[in-house]
Design a protein around this ligand. Sequence first.
Ligand code: EPU
Length: 420
Amino acid sequence: MDRFRIRGGKPLRGEVRVARAKNAVLPLLAAALLSEDTCVIEDVPFLDDVVTMLKLLESIGVSVEMKGRTIKISAAGRLNPEAPYDIVRKMRASYYVLGPLLARFGDCRVSLPGGCAIGPRPVDLHLKGITALGARVKIEKGYIHARARSLRGNTMMLEGQKGPSVGATINTMMAAVLARGETVIEGAACEPEVVDVAQFLSKMGADITGAGTPTITIRGVKELRGARHKPIPDRIEAGTFAAAAAITRGRVEIIGCEPRHLTAVITKLQESGVRVEAGVDRLLVEARGRPQAVKISTAPYPGFPTDLQAQFTALLSIAQGTSTVTENIFESRFLHCLELNRMGALIDITGNMAVIHGVERLEGAQVMASDLRASAALVLAGLAARGQTEILRIYHLDRGYERLENKLKPLGADIRRVSS
Ligand code: EPU
């Protein structure tokens, strides 16, 4: 298992380019199941989660060809419409094959994912979506077994108690594109990744309006053709670099990003006294001293993203004053706080709120990554801390950041991957 060794205290300076969004790439790859023609996804980041999704597609019988960062997917011929537990347990986003397999084959089995380090991860809304389209769903021996002779369009409310669901919205949209008649998804998630998948499906011949708003309308078509698509830039990777610049009191230009997807994040950085200048596809982030304490509350898009909560908690651990971070999407997503406290942070957790008493500086320590974004938070803390930080279990990080150390080193970070 690899680990990172970081010698902290060096301000990051320079330019860094963000990758395409993991959380768009994963459903885009699954959407290719909807056509017999070849689909091409370009500029795909080398991530463990992408490898897992490709393995899943291959186990279904899809032909996958990868040349550099371009992936060609051809889902022709006889396929085995099943997502086995062995793959789903590694990556929850495997559930993205449910909608496409059901729409295309009328019968599929997808393992239930179970929980994960950030808390319970129910799938009731995914099932509500496909059931509303006429699927019969049974839970058998840990698997979702969904069947439908033909899917029929319907109007449904997909919002749950915690708000809209990105996964359920995309899954239901992918199932509805081949259904008979019109589907209206009310309470749809508005995340940019939903819009990106809708754009790809439209290139394939789907008829979708309203993606990016709470009401998405889909008029079913008979079949979809192949299409080529470049996913949107990764707003979470961009936000992670912004927090890295701020926590190290550096000056970083983040290029190839979409600042308009980061409005809530930019606002919080500016509120904390960090200088941010946004261009069309770049962000300049500069911090001269400690940030000021702020209040953050995670929310569905366009609110502050839960996927940047851990990184901003790390940043606020060295703020002047007391900050609060309320996690409204995944209420127990706070394991990173216990590790940050081992580095000298003063964070109290009460229910779904972290109260962060800012300290002058963090101290390097050995810490353990528990999930993808928690790992990123520990890297940021290590970059800012005095002395050496060693982060164990960074395989979590490799799921969603492509060789993060190779992007940080040119910015002046002293970070090393140690394989054991
Ligand atoms: N929820 C339900 N029922 C469902 C589905 C979701 O109650 O059937 C609840 C969840 O428990 C949560 C809320 O609804 O409280 C929102 O969850 P959502 O379904 O939107 O999350 P997701 O689609 O499973 C994606 C990202 C996550 C990101 C969330 C929220 C992918 C592959 N994953 O998950 O990304 O945190 O949206 O924005 O797109 C990450 O990249 O580190 C990550 C965890």
